[in-house]
Design a protein around this ligand. Structure first.
Ligand SMILES: [Fe+2]
Length: 338
C-alpha cells in the first residue's frame, strides 16, 4: 500500500463492532482487530471507498501512514481490500505490475463468488429452478465464445505470436456450449427450448461486454480471461470433483448438469491454461505503459460488474416460480391471442 494508493473495501464485506474489537468479514475469511487498532479501523472503514488516497485517510483520521499501512495490510492479505489506483502507479518491472494485477484479479474473483447466488448454491438452499436456470444462462455465455472469440482473433492488432495464442484459444474453446446443452438435456430439458430461450438481459449484457472487449483490442480482450481465471492456481480436478459431487447430492435433479461442468473442467485442465494469455503478452514486453495498464484494469472491472449482474439476475429471475422456464420469446400468434 503506497501513500497514493486508493484503498477500496470489498463491497460484499461486512463489519461487526464490539466493546474492544472490530471484525471485517468476507466469505470464509475474517480479519479481527483489538484495542487501538479496532478503534482506528472502525472510524476509517467508511473512508475505504477507493476514491481517497491512503495519505488522505491517514491525515484525516490523525494516524501515521505507517500505522495505516500495517492495519490495512491484514485486509489486503485476505483479499478484502483493493488499491483502485494501480494503473496510475509507476512500476520498476513488468513482474511487479503482474503482481498488482494478480491481486486485482483475486479481489474481483472473490467478490463475484460472494454473490447471493453462490451462497445459496453452496449451502444447498437454491431452488432447483435457479440451478437449472444458471445452467441455461451459462450455456448461452459459453456458446457465445464462438462469436466473441472469433472477434478477438479478427481484431487482434498485436504481434503474430499473440494472434496465434488467441486463435489457438478460440479453437480450443469453440463448441463447448454443446457440453452444457447435453448436461441440461440430461436433466430433462428440451434441447430446442434451451437453444431458443432468450438469455436474461444481464446475460446478454455480459455477452455484449465480451464482444466489446474483443473489438477494443488484445489487451482489453485477454484481460477478460485474466478475470475468469482469477486465482493463480486453478482448483485441482480432485477439488472440483468434490465440489460438483456435493452439489449433485444437494440437487440430484441437476446431477447431469454438474457432470457437464466436470467434463468441461477436465478438458480445461488437460489444456494447461495456468498462465493466462495476458501474462504471456506482458511478459514479452520491456514495460507496460500507463495507457495499457488503464485499458487492462478498465476491462477487468467492467467485466467483473457484468458478472455480478449476471449472477444477481439469475437469482432474481429463476427463484420466482411464476417466471417462465426456460424463457420463451413471444411469438406473433401468442400476442394476437391475448
Ligand atoms: Fe471451455
Amino acid at each position: 500500500m503506497r501513500a497514493d494508493s486508493k484503498p477500496l473495501l470489498a463491497p460484499h464485506a461486512h463489519t461487526k463492532a464490539g466493546p474492544d474489537h472490530f471484525s471485517v468479514k468476507g466469505v470464509e475469511v475474517s480479519v479481527d482487530y483489538v484495542g487501538n487498532g479496532a478503534r482506528h479501523v472502525e472510524r476509517m472503514i467508511s473512508s475505504l471507498d477507493g476514491r481517497r488516497s491512503a495519505a488522505e485517510i491517514a491525515s484525516h483520521h490523525g494516524i501515521g501512514l505507517e500505522e495505516l499501512r500495517a492495519l490495512l495490510a491484514h485486509l489486503h492479505d485476505e483479499g478484502l481490500l483493493l488499491d483502485t489506483a494501480i494503473a496510475a502507479h509507476e512500476y520498476d518491472s513488468v513482474a511487479s505490475f503482474l503482481e498488482a494485477l494478480r491481486l486485482e484479479r483475486r479481489f474481483w474473483g472473490r467478490h463475484i463468488f460472494a454473490q447471493k447466488f453462490w451462497m445459496d448454491l453452496r449451502s444447498g438452499a437454491a431452488p432447483l429452478s435457479t440451478v437449472l436456470g444458471w445452467g441455461v444462462e451459462f450455456y448461452h455465455y459459453v456458446a457465445h465464445a464462438d462469436e466473441y472469440m472469433a472477434a478477438g482473433v479478427a481484431y487482434c492488432s498485436d504481434t503474430w505470436v499473440t494472434r496465434q495464442w488467441v486463435a489457438q484459444q478460440f479453437v480450443e474453446e469453440a463448441g463447448h456450449g454443446e457440453i452444457f446443452l447435453e448436461g441440461l438435456v440430461g436433466c430433462g430439458l428440451s434441447r430446442s427450448r434451451i437453444r431458443e430461450a432468450p438469455p436474461l438481459p444481464a446475460t446478454r449484457a455480459l455477452m455484449n461486454a465480451l464482444t466489446e472487449s474483443a473489438i477494443e483490442g488484445p489487451l482489453e480482450y485477454t484481460a477478460c480471461f485474466a478475470l475468469t481465471q482469477p486465482e493463480s492456481s486453478a482448483p485441482s480436478l480432485a477439488e472440483q470433483e468434490r465440489f460438483y459431487g456435493e452439489l449433485s447430492r444437494y440437487y440430484p435433479g441437476a446431477a447431469s448438469l454438474f457432470r457437464a461442468f466436470l467434463r468441461h473442467a477436465r478438458i480445461d485442465s488437460e489444456l494447461h491454461h495456468e498462465r493466462t494469455i495476458l501474462e504471456k503478452i506482458l511478459e514479452a514486453r520491456d514495460e507496460v505503459d500507463r495507457s495499457s495498464r488503464e485499458a487492462i484494469i478498465r476491462s477487468i472491472r467492467r467485466l467483473a460488474e457484468y458478472f455480478v449482474m449476471f449472477f444477481e439476475q439469475i437469482s432474481d429471475y429463476y427463484a420466482n416460480p411464476h417466471h417462465q422456464f426456460p424463457r420463451r420469446a413471444p411469438t406473433m400468434m401468442e400476442l394476437l391471442r391475448t
